[in-house]
Structures are given as C-alpha cells and as structure tokens.
Design a protein around this ligand. Structure first.
Ligand code: HAX
Length: 473
C-alpha cells in the first residue's frame, strides 16, 4: 500500500517537475509572477517526497538527510572539538566544563582561564602551562597592530551597516597582508601551507579585539575610544578595555565567554563556511570573513541578539517578574506568530547546552539578583515545557545564546546588535585552529555532489521498484 501510494506520488511528482523545468504559466509573465505560482505547488511536492520517501536511501544516504540540511551524515573530520547529543561539547576530548576548570589563570585574581590557553589547547591538544598561555598573550600583543588601510576602511563605513557585516568586511580586507597569499604566489610547497595559515591566523586573532572594538566605538560611541593594545593586558583585558568596560569581573566574563564560544566541531554553519572556503585555498582572512557571514544568521550566532530582543519585548509586555502563566502565554504568542523561541533548540545537542550552564554558574556567583538573570533562569524551566508540547522540536532545551545577553547587559554592554561580534571574535579561535589542521593534513577541495529534482525522483522510483520486487520474491 505504502509503495503503491509512493509510486503514484512519484508519477505526479515527475509531471510537476516537467512543468516547472520547461514552461509554466502564461507567456509574458515576469520571473516573480511565475515563481509565485510554482513555489506553493513545488513546496507540496517536496513535502510529500519527505513524508513518503524520507527513509528511502539514495545510495546509502536517506532522502531525509539529502533534503534535511545533511543532518546526521559523518562527512567531516574535526580534531579540535566534538559534540555529543547529551554529554555536550568536548575540546580535544575534554568536556567544556573541565576545560574551563583546567585552563591556567594567568592574571592575578582572575577567576577564569584565558582564551589564549584555549587556543593553545585547541591547536596542539596539550593543556598549556601558565607560561605557555602567557607566551600566546605576548605573541598576540606583538602582532595586534591593525594596518592603516583597514582602519581607514572601518572609519569610512556607514554606521548603519550591521556590526557583523563590518567585521566580515574588515577581515576580508586584511587579506591584503596575507602571508599565505604571498607564499602561495611564490610557489610554496603544499606541505608548508599550514605554516603560513598559522602566521595569518595568529595575526588575525591578534588584531580582532582592536577591529571589533573599533566597530563598537564607531557605531555606538561616536568613534571615540582607545585603539592601542596594552602589552600588560591579556587578549580579553585589551578587548574589554577598548570597549570602554575595564571592570575586572567583566574581563573575567569575557575570558569565559571567549573560551566557551570558540569551537563547536566542523559542521556548524560558521565553522563549515570557513572550512569550505579554505578548501579552495582561500587565506584565513577570507575564510574568517565567510565564517562571520554564516554566524550572522538568526538561526546561528545572531540568535544571541534575537534572544535579547525577545526578552526585551517580553519584559515590556509582562514586566520583570511575570507569573508562569503569563510567560507561557507570551511563548505561545511567539509560536503562533510563526517565530521560533530564540536561544532554544539545537541541531545536535539534545539536552541543556553546557555552555548555558557554565554561564548560569558565573551569573549565580556574580549577579544572581539581576532581573534579567532571574528571568533567564526561570525560562530555562518554562520554555522546554511549552516546546515539548509542540511535539516536533528535537531539543526543547536552552543553547548557549539563551544566556549570554543578560550577562552582557548586567555589565552595561547594552547594544544588542553588537553581541554576535563578541561571538565572532571568540569563534575565530576555533575555526582558525581547524583551518591550520585542514591545511596541515592537506584536505582536498570540498565538492559534494548535488542531484537534480528529477534525479531524486528517479532514485526514489528505482528504490521503490526494488522493494516491490523483493516483496514478490
Ligand atoms: N522554537 C520554536 N520552534 C522550534 C525551535 C524553537 N526554539 N527549535 C526548533 N523548532 C522547530 C523547527 O522550526 C522545526 O519546525 P518545522 O518542522 O515546522 O520547520 C522543528 O521544530 C524541528 O526542528 P529541529 O529538528 O528541532 O531543529 P533543527 O535542527 O532543524 O534546527 C535550530 C536547530 C537551532 C536552528 C532551531 O532549534 C532553532 O531555530 N532555534 C532557535 C534559534 C536559535 O536559538 N539558534 C541558535 C542555535 C545555537 C547556535 O548555533 N548558536 O550559534
């Protein structure tokens, strides 16, 4: 019965494809008018294909994976980090919480390990000593001067351009000084590529706090702010100071933030974008620029901005201390409006994101009475109850983005559409550590095979015919 229905569906599916691939609608119609007619029909057909044939294999790969964002296909190797649906995130095989606990505390009085140590750990697989982590700080302070052409470009950008677009543009323009491009042009050996990728990566990471702080001060503070690194400060200290927020606790929050947002295996959008672009031997500046374009999507890194926008609307609508029922109704209204609840759900994790938990622990230590922190902590219990009832959300629990914004606001970093830049500065550590290894191992250019819609249809028909034959036998 199922196969019979599937075959019928295949036949009408083929007809629909023929319609759209040749001519559809009346002559003289513009592109948009034609699309308006054909898209609803095609949506139905593709939905039908997923419902009826989702588990059919094309070769060894289920239709659901081909049509569903390549979910669950082990197609990438990542040395630096890994994700387990319920155990969470591991850097070099170590749970993120343990990484945070073990990273050396370099500055006196600091409660958090440094991102410098995390980068050392991600790239080498060895937990650094205090001295080794300090050496990375010194190295970044030496390399961190932003060249005048990049400063000029940043200052010339319209202040209305989103900070993430500015970050991506700044990184792309820095490729003018790429050591990899220079070496490649001179005919460097393939086995040596990683050395130049390493040099570019170190230079880019070193410059990022200054670049990111300039974007912040240009967009929100009338261009006024320090642009020089202080060699006595670490990476997070310099960044915080240049943002105009030199408070010791905020610097510690930045250290923690930069460590936990850094790496998330290779399949997430920002890491994969960098990996893909790098596979064509683009330099690290261009790879990071591409990575930031992906991070700027609301289903990925921009969710940290979206969470704050959503929380601000919630607080405006029902106040700082609403009842559980008021919160549930607000969530229902969000869902009825066709929106997702930002900060909840994940493509791989199936439990509360450990990066959420680590931030909540920091909040409980430093600012447990902050109204935003209290609200986020309450939502952690309430949102999953509501999302579970939808019956379709694979992971109803909070991800990293659900918490970060209220902590930033507690320390007076109020500008929500800057938040993803902080995420981006941190993500550089992971994607560039991955890039060094991609070139070291000589990974080839990435080129997945795409099939046409009629190929898909033919594959499904063949698979169904095969099943029918087996049954008859
Ligand atoms: N609110 C409402 N609906 C949600 C939801 C949420 N938070 N999370 C998932 N769903 C819905 C999906 O939209 C999908 O609905 P349709 O079938 O109608 O399209 C359904 O549940 C199944 O989706 P899923 O399998 O659970 O989730 P995906 O793997 O497809 O997507 C996302 C994972 C993170 C994109 C998704 O959970 C989401 O949109 N969350 C809200 C945005 C967000 O917080 N993004 C940040 C994620 C972490 C990250 O990358 N940080 O950078």
């Amino acid at each position: 019965m199922r196969n019979g229905r599937a075959l019928n569906h295949n036949l009408s599916f083929s007809k629909a494809l023929l319609c759209t691939s040749r001519s559809y609608g009346s002559k003289g119609e513009g592109i948009k008018a034609k699309l308006e007619k054909v898209i609803p029909q095609q949506r139905d057909y593709f939905l039908g294909i997923k419902c009826l044939h989702g588990t059919t294999n094309i070769g060894t790969i289920p239709v659901n994976s081909v049509m569903g964002g390549m979910r669950g296909l082990p197609l990438l190797i990542c040395l630096t980090s890994s994700l387990h649906p319920t155990k969470g995130i591991f850097y070099r095989g170590m749970p993120i919480k343990e990484v945070c606990a073990k990273l050396p505390r370099v500055k006196k009085g600091s409660s958090e390990g440094t991102p410098e140590g995390a980068f050392y750990f991600l790239t080498t697989g060895c937990m650094p000593t205090k001295e080794e982590a300090q050496d990375v700080t010194n190295e970044w302070n030496k390399r961190g001067k932003v060249p005048p052409f990049c400063l000029k470009m940043l200052d010339a950008l319209d202040k209305k351009i989103h900070p993430m677009a500015q970050l991506s543009a700044a990184s792309a323009c820095l490729n003018m000084n790429s050591k990899f491009v220079e070496a490649y042009t001179k005919g460097a050996k393939r086995a040596d590529y990683w050395k130049y990728i390493y040099e570019d990566s170190m230079n880019l990471i070193a410059m990022l706090p200054t670049v990111a702080a300039i974007i912040y001060t240009n967009v929100f503070k009338g261009g006024k702010g320090c642009r020089e690194l202080n060699k006595d400060q670490d990476w997070s200290g310099n960044y915080s100071t240049m943002l105009g927020l030199p408070d010791d606790d905020f610097i510690d929050l930045m250290r923690l933030y930069m460590v936990i947002h850094a790496d998330h295996e290779s399949g997430n959008v920002s890491a994969h974008a960098s990996h893909l672009v790098g596979s064509a031997l683009a330099d690290p500046f261009l790879c990071f620029s591409a990575s930031m374009c992906g991070l700027a999507g609301p289903l990925h890194g921009l969710a940290n901005q979206e969470v704050l926008v959503w929380l601000t609307k919630l607080r405006k609508a029902i106040g700082d201390d609403p009842s559980d029922d008021e919160i549930k109704k607000f969530i229902d209204d969000t869902l009825k409006g066709g929106q997702v609840v930002p900060g909840y759900g994940h493509a791989v994790l199936r439990d509360t994101d450990p990066r959420f938990t680590v931030q909540n622990e920091f909040a409980m230590k430093h600012c447990k009475d902050d109204p935003g922190v209290k609200l986020v902590t309450r939502l952690w219990k309430i949102v999953p109850e509501v999302l579970k009832k939808l019956g379709k959300v694979a992971n109803p629990f909070p991800n990293v983005d659900a918490h970060s914004g209220v902590l930033l606001q507690h320390y007076c970093l109020m500008e929500m559409n800057y938040y993803t830049v902080l995420f981006g500065v941190s993500r550089a550590l992971g994607v560039l550590a991955q890039l060094i290894w991609s070139r070291a191992l000589g990974y080839p250019i990435e080129r997945p095979k795409s099939i046409s819609a009629s190929d898909l249809c033919a594959f499904i028909r063949k698979a169904d015919e095969g099943k029918d034959k087996k049954k008859k036998c």
